[in-house]
Design a protein around this ligand. Sequence first.
Ligand code: ADP
Ligand code: MG
Ligand code: ZN
Length: 730
Amino acid sequence: MLLTDMIKDVNLTKELKHYFGFDKFKGDQEAIIRNLLAGNDTFVLMPTGGGKSLCYQLPSLIMEGTAIVISPLIALMKNQVDVINGISEDGSIAHYLNSSLNKAAITQVMNDVRTGKTKLLYVAPESLNKEENVGFLRTVKISFYAIDEAHCISEWGHDFRPEYRNIRPTINKIGNAPVIALTATATDKVRSDIKKSLGITDAREFKSSFNRPNLYYEIRPKTNDIDRQIIMFIRQHAGKSGIIYCLARKKVEELAAVLQANDIKAAPYHAGLDSATRSQTQDDFLMERLDVIVATIAFGMGIDKPDVRFVIHYDIPKSLEGYYQETGRAGRDGGEGLCITFYSNKDLQKLEKIMDGKSVAEQDIGRQLLQETAAYAESSVCRRKMLLHYFGEEYDENNCHNCDNCLHPKEKKEARNALLIVLNAVKAVKENFRTDYVIDLVKGRGTDDIVSHKHNELDEFGSGEDEDDKIWNPVIRQAIIAGYLKKDVENYGLLKLTATGKRFIKHPVSFMIVEDKNFKSDYDEERHDSAAAALDQELYAMLRDLRKRMAAKLGIPPYVIFQDISLEQMATMYPVNMQELQNIQGVGAGKAKRYGTEFCKLIQQHCKENDIERPEELRVRTVAKKSMLKVKIIQSIDRQIALDDIANAQNIDFSDLLTEIEAIVYSGTKLNIDYFLDEVMDDERVEDIYDYFHDSVTDNIDTAMEELGGDYTEDEIRLVRIKFLSEMAN
Ligand code: ADP
Ligand code: MG
Ligand code: ZN
């Protein structure tokens, strides 16, 4: 009997029980394994946690030879190998080859493979493609190749790895055997990329549903009080595990510090941290010594914590694939999983800018992926329906009852006419253009592009002028979901008519849509701060008034007492004692003591008269201000080191140094920079600027430059202002 025939008859359930102790297969596992055992190429699409590993682990144990498992993460390989060795009787059937091994270890692994001991060999694509490894593997019997996390092949996925592109050529060099590719990313584009690149276009495909009914999706406008919203959210879900994703490492650090300052057990995680710290943080999260991880997307792949209860996106994700993977880490156990994303179209512009340095092709892909995410965020259609549609799955329910749009549905509007206009326009331009172009056309905008194609001469040019300007994006997106239009992702996202779309043109029917949301949020990275939103206008006016009176009495400008930003925070956080006052931005111990008493009294009075409760959770603390940099600057100035030398030593611009010094003196610390002024400026010039500030009602630099008649540089004015503030205020 041939070996393949023997394998056909194998009792897989028995093998499953024997090796893994499981009683039955999950989903399509058995069919997948049988397909592979029969020697066929296999393509597996299964959501995270679906049980992909077993699809190659079990057959490797049954088949003759060694299975090559290509997997992107060196850090996870050891863990996977340990798990599989744990189930085998002699404890050594899986090994890995990657750059973390020394020479002796590599020789050992090669011996084990040669003697047939190794059933599963995990390799990173970089190692697989290495000349010497190819040479070695050619001499070995390979049972099959498994490509895990196969979306890494595609630039359309969320973590493209160029080395993955070389897998097929390398397989051809080593020797042919069946290929099984596995991924949790399932857009048509990624799927076809994977198959093409691996040369398995005929592979049988096994696709599980991607719906995760227990996940709740919500998009919130990103506003300046985002930190406060997040803190409140975490407090409402105290003791539960959550992940917060930010795009930049710096933001990760900052937000983690803000959370810690608010007594939340949180830690940062990103690729810039050393590996000991990272694995400690992972451990602490798994062991629930930490509740919240603030992370870049470097965190999560392979983290198998079943009871993550919320995933927050601080910034818009770069693609819906990424979004889906990251949110997918919530509620793996089938329990609650809240997925909240903060969205602002300013972020979108920022991300588009970042792409400017890349190649045209990369930029194009990046933009299209971003636009899909933006469309998802701005739409009022059921989130689940949109996500599943994006992954090529239809969701027929009218209301999923578990997303913001379904829980707060918008009223529907008839858009039959608008759809007809769009479909006719798509037809008129021969289905060769993208959404933006079609919208310009129906609006009658004669862009260069349109004029160069002479499309301004078409009847369809301006055919939608009578409709509301904002209707076109939602009409087109919802027409795609409803199947009237198709976006050809392979071809730059060109809009194509479907058969249903063509039928609609002949016999238009009702087409109800929901309008998009307005996400023009006021989020401002510079000004955003955890308190800005809830400003008490009445109190703010009273505080300003008090400041003015005090300034007049003391004969100093008001801003010397407290800056506006400090008053704003006071009118939000209601500090009533010296301790709380020092939590306010720009208020150090010195200022609190010198001017604070009256302000605290006023705030207390105001709270009493207006029955304002100051609940503990409303007082969101910001992070301690005196950073190491500030401490170093203060020490250096005490030692009379020239300011330009300090800037050099700290590796910052002179102007940034001045900003730091300004922050120091504004919060009430005295700094004497006379030694430096003596050296770089004449006495009269210093005096002139000094007198100006003494009489001026504002400390604004631009005003000062103007008033002083352009005789002074900005640096000079700022230097003297520092001297002035330091002497007057402190
Ligand atoms: P994926 O790679 O698809 O994200 P994994 O392969 O890591 O998922 O499997 C997820 C979990 O499901 C693992 O804890 C695994 O042990 C478990 N699992 C897989 N197959 C079965 C099965 N047939 N019965 C029970 N548990 C299973
Ligand atoms: Mg996996
Ligand atoms: Zn819904």
